[in-house]
Design a protein around this ligand. Structure first.
Ligand code: NAD
Length: 484
């Protein structure tokens, strides 16, 4: 029998007010229902916000190291159930078990990192022009924050929002993506068991247009941290700006890898493939354009195509699977549409380009690893985020043209270059319009102690993770203290 789960509001596990639920479906085998989850409406979200607002003064007053102790306990509890959470993630999102386990352990690191941050300074003392004034600046919490997350990193992204939000004294209403409620449930469950007071963290599963919309509009919500598509991000930006709420948006990418003639070609091929195909290309930092210098284009293309065709695609629960299914029927449709668009635009399909068929695939959303070449910079497949296992090979004459092509997009999340030339690597770091730059490694990958986020349309400009998270989750109070 399918297990039913609940939302977590004001310290209680509760059903949605109107009792509506949504099944959580395994994208590798749609006959399997992973769980049944509440579909909260606006009223449920509003109740969560009220609970969060009520307890905010208490949580803001709780000594920071005490908040850190709770995060530390949650990290230990999460680590103890890492295998169970990884399995849940693979069953509801589709990525391979190895990737899921890696992400769960990343979640543990993030919780530990922000537990540690609760022992760090919260302000600075300044010299004052007046002899008696004690002049200092303090970081204080923002208030109730709404955290709205996508399905593609269902542990890491919620963790890198929830942990700093709580560490810096905010109370939280967390609305995970509809497609990955079970991993979200685990994260909230360990935080509850670690000892969070009622109302400090609330979990509201529901549709973006209902629960999400309420969180964005509710005047008690002082900050909105959103990761997701540009389309939804633009909508949230307009609403949040109109009512003066603080906001942070991390959105799409169209990430390039530049392969120069002097690169280690074997490594470049392997890491282009990993960047493009791991997580089925569904990473905001996935490689979607391979910009290759003319001299090595043919060899690169041949090796890439051979490797792409040999990849093992299948259920992420199987240990030999390199690439799992797409997350949903809609995601599969989008990718198949873009394959048609690429062909219609005149790009040459070299590998994949089709839905996989057969016993192993018929009940899931499996698309073959797809490689296009003869892609020109203004084609839609070179400009729009596809979010699937698809990479476009683009020819460049030299370094300058490669950088110009790499920057020729409205996005600017991550970028990578393969070269042995230190001067060109340094020029790339300076000239590339991206928030995250890699040299001789893939476009994907992020460590929790450093800032994460993009340039241009990939972000609203603020950064997540590391100490950078403090910018969003605190506000500055300047105090002039004159003793009598
Ligand atoms: P999405 O924009 O469809 O949904 C993201 C979240 O927003 C979900 O929780 C959804 O329910 C909610 N939402 C939808 N409509 C809403 C509304 N009107 N008001 C409030 N909330 C609403 O994105 P997705 O399909 O879940 O995720 C894929 C996208 O996320 C891709 O574009 C990807 O590049 C991006 N992404 C970016 C980063 C980053 O850090 N830059 C990381 C991961 C994913």
């Amino acid at each position: 029998m399918t297990q039913s789960f609940l939302n977590y509001i004001d310290g209680q596990w509760v059903a949605a007010e109107d009792r509506v639920t949504t099944p959580d479906v395994n994208p590798a085998n749609t006959a399997e229902i992973v769980g049944d989850f509440p579909s909260a409406g606006r009223a449920d979200a509003a109740r969560a916000v009220e609970a969060s607002a009520k307890v905010f003064p208490l949580w803001a007053r709780t000594p920071m190291p005490q908040r850190g102790d709770i995060l530390h306990r949650a990290a230990n509890l999460f680590e103890a159930r890492a295998d169970e959470v990884a399995e849940a993630m693979t069953r509801e999102e589709g990525k391979t078990l190895a990737e899921s386990k890696g992400e769960v352990m990343r979640g543990v690191s993030i919780l530990r990192y922000y537990a540690g941050e609760t022992m760090q300074p919260t302000g600075e003392v300044y010299p004052s022009a007046s002899a008696n004034t004690f002049l200092y600046v303090e970081r204080v919490p923002v208030g109730v924050v709404a955290l709205i997350t996508p399905w593609n990193f269902p542990v890491a992204i919620p963790a890198w929002k929830i942990a700093p939000a709580l560490a810096y004294g905010n109370t939280v209403v967390f609305k995970p993506a509809e497609l990955t409620p079970l991993t979200a449930w685990h994260l909230v469950d360990v935080l509850e068991k670690a000892g969070l007071p009622a109302g400090v963290l609330n979990l509201v599963n529901g549709r973006g247009s209902q629960a999400g919309h309420e969180l964005v509009e509710n005047a008690l919500v002082k900050g909105i941290s959103f990761t997701g598509s540009n389309e939804v991000g633009a909508h949230i930006a307009a609403q949040a700006t109109a009512r003066g709420a603080k906001m942070q948006l991390e959105m799409g990418g169209k990430n390039p890898v530049v392969i120069l003639a002097d690169s280690d070609l074997e490594k470049a091929v392997e890491l282009t493939l990993a960047g493009a195909m791991l997580s089925t290309g569904q990473k905001c930092t996935a490689t979607s354009r391979a910009i290759v210098q003319r001299e090595v284009l043919e060899e690169f293309r041949e090796r890439l195509v051979a490797r792409a065709k040999a990849l093992k695609v299948g259920d992420g629960m199987q240990p030999d699977t390199y690439m799992g299914p797409l997350v949903s029927a809609e995601a599969e449709r989008t990718v198949l549409d873009y394959i048609k668009i690429g062909q219609a635009e005149g790009a040459r399909l070299l590998a994949g380009g089709e839905k996989l068929r057969g016993d192993e695939y018929d009940c899931g959303y499996f698309v073959a690893p797809t490689v296009f070449d003869q892609v020109t910079p203004d084609m839609r497949i070179a400009q729009e985020e596809i979010f699937g296992p698809m990479v476009s090979v683009i020819e460049a004459q030299d370094f300058d043209e490669a950088v110009q092509l790499a920057n020729h997009t409205r996005f600017g999340l991550s970028a990578s270059i393969f070269t042995r030339d230190l001067n060109l690597a340094l020029r790339f770091m300076r000239e590339i319009e991206a928030g995250i730059v890699h040299v001789n490694s893939q476009t994907a990958g992020a460590e929790p102690q450093v800032p994460f986020g993009g340039f241009k349309s990939s972000s609203s400009g603020s950064r997540e993770q590391g100490k950078a998270a403090r910018e969003f989750f605190t506000q500055i109070k300047t105090v002039y203290l004159d003793p009598l």
